[in-house]
Design a binder for this molecule. Structure first.
Ligand SMILES: Cc1cc2nc3c(=O)[nH]c(=O)nc-3n(C[C@H](O)[C@H](O)[C@H](O)COP(=O)(O)OP(=O)(O)OC[C@H]3O[C@@H](n4cnc5c(N)ncnc54)[C@H](O)[C@@H]3O)c2cc1C
Length: 538
C-alpha cells in the first residue's frame, strides 16, 4: 500500500505532460512508452491494472490467421510483424507455440486449401516461425491421441505465440516499466471526467478505496479506457469519428487435457477457429464471439454448453467434460473500432469487423483516444501514442529510447550464472516442471537479482509459501513492495494466475495463503482474505 499511497499524493501535486486514463494493455504501453522516452506521465485505472478486458484474452500473440478468410492480408502482415517483434523482445515471456489443427469431414474448406493457407500465413509472417506441417489422419491420432479423428480428414500444424505468464501479468510488466521510469501511477483511481482550463486538462479523480476526490492536471489526455473509451469521451466533451462495438468472448479452464505443450485448434460448429490452450496444469478452452451492447458481460449456460459441447465432440476423453469440471472462467468483450456513423446491426457478422486499432487525436484539445487494439499489437500502440502526443506539442526528450523488451541476454546469463553458484537450479515446485530460476527471470527480469540476494541471506525466502502453487516467499515480499497490490484478487488473478489454476475452495484452505496475506496487507490480512472469498474467489 505504501507504493500506491505515495503515488496518490503525487498525482494531485504535479502538472503532467500526459495523463493516461485506463491501465489495460493500451494504457500500460502508452505509459511505458511515454515515460521511457522522458515524458512526465501519469496513469490511473478505476480498477486494478489489467483488471478488465486485458485479463480475459486468449493469451496469444498471433498474426490472426483467421482474418485471412476476410482477405485482410495487410492486417495479418502487421500483426505477424508485431508478433515477431514481441517474440524477439520478450524471449522468455512470449514464446512460439504450435497449433495442431484438425479439419473435419465436410468442412467448408478442403484440408489442402487450409494447409496452403498455413503456408501463405507463414510467408506473410516472414518465415519467422517454424514452417507448417501437414498431418494425415493417422499421424494426427499418433501425435495427439485425445483427438477424435473419426470425423477428421486430416490436419496441419502451424506456429503463433502465447503469453507464458498470462495477459494481465504481461500488462503489469509495462506498468512496472513505466513506474521505473518515473511514471506516477495508481490503481483504483477513477477519472470522473473534466475539461481544459487555461491550456491544461483538469480531471476530477476519485480514489475508489476511500472515496476521496482530487484533481489531476495534464497538458495532454490519453483516453485508453478500452470498452469505456466512448463513455469517457462523453465525460470530457470529446466528439470522435470512431466508436466501439463489442463482441463477447468466453474461455473455460478445465484440468489439463494433454501433457503436450501445444494448442489444439478446431473449427467449431459455427465455423470459427476454436482452441484448447495450455495454461500450467490446466487447459483453457474457447472462445466465443457474440455481439453484445454492453461491456459488462458474464458467462451464461449457453456459453458453457457451446464450449463444452464443441470440445467434447472433437476429443476422445475418458469422460466428457461437464460444467463441474470448470475450475475458473474468463469472460470479456473485444472493443472493436468502427466508424461513428456505422450502424452495426445486432445480426451483423462481427468477424467481418476489422480488428485494427485506431488512435484518434484532436490537436485543438490535446486529446487522443485509443480504439480497438490487441495485446499482440501493443508495441505499435505505444509508439503511435508517443507520436500523437508529440504532434500535440509535447517535447519528447529521448525519442530514440527503446522502451520495451527484456534486459539484454548478457544480464540473463549473469542471472542464471549467479543462481547456479547458489545451487538454485534444481529447485522446482511440485506443480511445475520448470526450474525456479527461469521462472523468476521470466516474471521479474532484472528485478530477480534482488530475490537471489534475499534467498542467499535467508534460505526460507526460497520456500514455497502458498501450498499448491509455485510462489515462493520472496516473490510475495517483492509483490508487496513493487506491484501495487491493493486487493487479494490483484495478486491471485492478475500478478499471478493462481486463481485460474487452483479452485477457490482448495485455495481458501491452502496452508500459507494467510501468511501471504500478512506479507501483502499487514494488519489488514484477515479483511483482505475474507473480502476475496466473500466475492466468490475468482
Ligand atoms: C475473449 C477475448 C480474447 C482475446 N484474445 C486476444 C489474443 O489472444 N491476443 C490479442 O492480442 N488480443 C486478444 N484480445 C483482445 C485484447 O484482449 C483487447 O483488445 C485488449 O485487452 C484491450 O485492452 P484495452 O487496454 O483497450 O482495454 P482494457 O483492458 O479493458 O483496459 C481499459 C481500462 O480502462 C479502465 N477505465 C475505464 N474507465 C475508466 C475511468 N473512467 N477511469 C479510470 N480507468 C478507467 C478500466 O478499468 C480498464 O482497466 C482478446 C479479447 C477478448 C475479449
Amino acid at each position: 500500500m505504501q507504493l500506491r499511497n505515495s503515488h496518490l499524493t503525487r498525482l494531485g501535486q504535479t502538472v503532467f505532460d500526459a495523463l493516461v486514463v485506463g491501465g489495460g494493455i493500451n494504457g500500460a504501453v502508452s505509459a511505458a512508452a511515454l515515460s521511457g522516452k522522458g515524458v512526465r506521465t501519469a496513469l490511473i485505472d478505476r480498477g486494478d491494472f489489467a483488471g478488465f478486458t486485458s485479463m480475459q484474452s486468449s493469451n496469444l500473440a498471433w498474426g490472426g490467421i483467421k482474418y485471412m478468410e476476410g482477405l485482410e492480408f495487410a492486417l495479418v502482415r502487421k500483426l505477424c510483424m508485431s508478433r515477431n517483434r514481441l517474440i524477439r523482445s520478450y524471449p522468455s515471456t512470449v514464446q512460439e507455440i504450435r497449433f495442431l489443427t484438425t479439419v473435419a469431414r465436410g468442412f467448408r474448406f478442403h484440408p489442402t486449401t487450409l494447409w496452403l493457407g498455413a503456408w501463405v500465413y507463414w510467408l506473410i509472417g516472414g518465415g519467422f516461425t517454424r514452417a507448417p506441417r501437414r498431418l494425415q489422419r493417422r499421424a494426427l491420432q499418433r501425435e495427439e491421441p485425445i483427438i477424435d479423428v473419426r470425423q477428421a480428414l486430416g490436419g496441419f500444424e502451424y506456429s503463433d505465440a502465447y503469453l507464458h505468464d498470462n495477459d494481465a501479468r504481461f500488462v503489469f510488466g509495462f506498468v512496472r516499466s513505466a513506474l521505473d521510469r518515473g511514471c506516477i501511477a495508481a490503481n483504483y483511481v477513477e477519472s470522473l471526467g473534466g475539461r481544459r482550463v487555461d491550456g491544461l486538462w483538469t480531471i476530477r479523480a476519485r480514489n475508489r478505496i476511500d472515496g476521496t476526490e482530487f484533481t489531476i492536471r495534464a497538458r495532454t489526455l490519453v483516453n485508453a479506457a478500452g470498452p469505456f473509451v466512448d463513455e469517457h469521451n462523453a465525460l470530457t466533451g470529446q466528439v470522435t469519428r470512431h466508436r466501439h462495438a463489442f463482441s463477447k468472448g468466453v474461455h473455460l479452464l478445465v484440468p489439463r487435457l494433454t501433457p503436450n505443450r501445444r494448442v489444439l485448434a478446431f473449427f467449431a460448429d459455427d465455423g470459427r477457429l476454436f482452441f484448447a490452450i495450455p495454461m500450467g496444469a490446466r487447459t483453457c478452452i474457447g472462445t466465443t464471439d457474440t455481439p453484445t451492447d454492453s461491456p459488462h458481460v458474464e458467462v451464461t449456460d449457453e456459453d458453457v454448453d457451446f464450449i463444452l459441447g464443441n470440445i467434447n465432440r472433437r476429443l476422445r476423453l475418458d469422460a466428457p467434460l461437464r460444467p463441474t469440471d470448470i475450475i475458473a472462467t474468463r469472460c470479456g468483450v473485444r472493443p472493436l473500432a468502427v466508424k461513428a456513423s456505422e450502424d452495426v446491426a445486432r445480426g451483423a457478422d462481427f468477424m467481418q469487423l476489422s480488428r485494427k486499432h485506431v488512435i484518434e487525436s484532436d490537436a485543438a484539445s490535446n486529446h487522443c483516444s485509443i480504439f480497438g487494439g490487441k495485446l499482440t499489437d501493443c508495441i505499435n500502440v505505444g509508439d503511435e501514442v508517443c507520436a500523437a502526443v508529440e504532434a500535440m506539442g509535447i517535447r519528447i526528450p529521448h525519442p530514440d529510447h527503446r522502451w520495451y523488451g527484456e534486459p539484454d541476454d548478457s544480464v540473463r546469463r549473469e542471472f542464471l550464472h549467479r543462481s547456479k553458484l547458489m545451487d538454485l537450479d534444481g529447485l522446482t515446485s511440485p506443480d511445475s516442471s520448470e526450474p525456479l530460476t527461469s521462472r523468476l527471470w521470466r516474471r521479474y527480469g532484472g528485478e530477480a537479482f534482488g530475490m537471489l540476494e534475499a534467498i542467499r541471506e535467508d534460505p526460507r525466502q526460497g520456500e514455497i509459501l502458498i501450498r499448491g502453487t509455485e510462489y515462493i516467499r520472496c516473490e510475495l515480499q517483492h509483490a508487496a513492495r513493487r506491484e501495487m497490490i491493493t486487493t487479494l484478487e490483484d495478486f491471485l488473478r492478475r500478478r499471478s494466475k493462481i486463481a485460474l489454476v487452483v479452485e477457490a475452495r482448495a485455495l481458501r484452505e491452502s496452508a500459507g495463503l494467510m501468511d501471504a496475506c500478512e506479507i501483502l496487507f499487514g494488519s489488514g490480512a484477515r479483511d483482505a482474505f475474507e473480502a476475496y472469498f466473500a466475492s466468490g474467489g475468482n
